[in-house]
Unconditional design. Sequence first.
Length: 205
Amino acid sequence: MLFIQLFDTTSSTYTYILGCNVSQDAILIDPVFEQHTRDTALLRELGLKVKYTVDTHVHADHVTGSWLMKETEGAKIALSGNYGAEGIDIELSDGVVLTFGNCSITARSTPGHTNGCFTFVTSDQTMAFTGDCLLIRGTGRTDFQSGDVHSMWGSIREKIFSLPDECLLYPGHDYMGRTVSTVTEEKSSTPESGAMHGKKISPVT
């Protein structure tokens, strides 16, 4: 599987491209509206066709480029229905599998930052894209748009920490130049109980 991690410096948002080396089908995770030209140019350079765009979450300061990808590349939009957005092709629910060529990702519902957050896990469970539910040494905010710290802790414990210890965790944002962590690393820096008490809540959007 082809894997590319991209970064938007203005919003400190990561975008991820996953591609099947056989079919050249691809999935785009968390495309940024302002980076549409960059992303489409790279996809065409690599000969990839975007089958789906998926968003770990959306809100006012996390503006997705999925609708542009649908208009210009014909990509189907997969997103939680909790946001009430129009034009969604696939309304995500826990356990939905999205296949692109010989590869796939599974959507795990991980609310807490917002009530529509999802984590996407590769079929071999070696990689997970956690959005703002679990960052590197921190989590997303829980003080707006149906955020809830207890829901977030449940999501982290049950849906992310249940992955293999060596699973690579890729966040939605990072402000410190960090690109990837592992389940083992994040378990070691997270309290075992207490609904995130003692855990640094990063001021992300």
